[in-house]
Design a binder for this molecule. Structure first.
Ligand code: SF4
Ligand code: SF4
Length: 199
């Protein structure tokens, strides 16, 4: 297994425990569904912290991984959990830029994506060819396909595209079953085609 990079010295999870709630886990030792608290989670944090499972020891969210993200990006404060996406799991054209990232919007709260700094960070990543996904658990959208690099300097447009995608994804999440999600997949597809025509 790849060795975990050292923790940035100034960051610790503090009161956040959202990865123990929001993320699905499927390992031999521990299985849990997304958006469901782990059975070991207590009011004071992990109840088996000293002996917690390898998957728990190895995991760091993007806020812990990326030094450029300030305290306000901590998932319980921002409403966004950033997850690193391995290079090998990205479409070929985004691999030269290294790992990708996935913005998981929690609590159905679109205010999370409109707060200061989000559009700037996303625009910077997209302009450098980094793959950036947006999701509310399912489905997910690759923002790069909706936000042409040429438009990343226009922050009002960046904000509008992120908010629009967020609303589509939130609506899709609220639907039950794949059939009910189809119209939302279709709208995402149309938006993608429209973005491809912007030069
Ligand atoms: S989501 Fe990030 S900050 Fe929150 S507990 Fe997990 S690793 Fe720590
Ligand atoms: S075992 Fe502990 S660290 Fe791992 S998911 Fe459960 S509460 Fe979190």
């Amino acid at each position: 297994m790849k060795k975990r990079p050292p923790d940035p010295p100034s960051k610790s999870c503090g009161a956040c425990n959202l990865c123990c709630i929001e993320l699905p886990i499927n390992t031999p030792e521990l299985q849990k569904k997304a958006q469901t608290p782990c059975s070991h989670l207590t009011d004071k944090g992990c109840g088996i912290y000293a002996t917690r499972f390898p998957i728990c020891r190895q995991f760091l969210c993007g806020w812990r991984l990326f030094p450029e993200l300030g305290e306000e990006w901590r998932p319980d404060l921002s409403g966004i959990m950033i997850l690193q996406v391995a290079q090998k799991d990205l479409p070929e054209i985004y691999r030269p830029a290294g790992h990708g990232m996935q913005f998981l919007i929690m609590d159905g709260n679109e205010a999370a994506v409109t707060r200061p700094g989000v559009a700037e960070f996303v625009a910077d990543q997209v302009s450098r060819g980094v793959a950036v996904y947006l999701t509310a658990n399912a489905p997910r959208a690759l923002i790069n396909e909706y936000l042409p690099v040429a438009a990343t300097g226009n922050l009002p447009i960046v904000r509008r595209i992120i908010l629009h995608l967020c609303r589509l994804l939130m609506t899709a999440r609220a639907q039950k079953g794949l059939l009910a999600m189809l119209p939302h997949f279709y709208r995402l597809h149309v938006e993608k085609l429209r973005a491809a025509t912007i030069k």
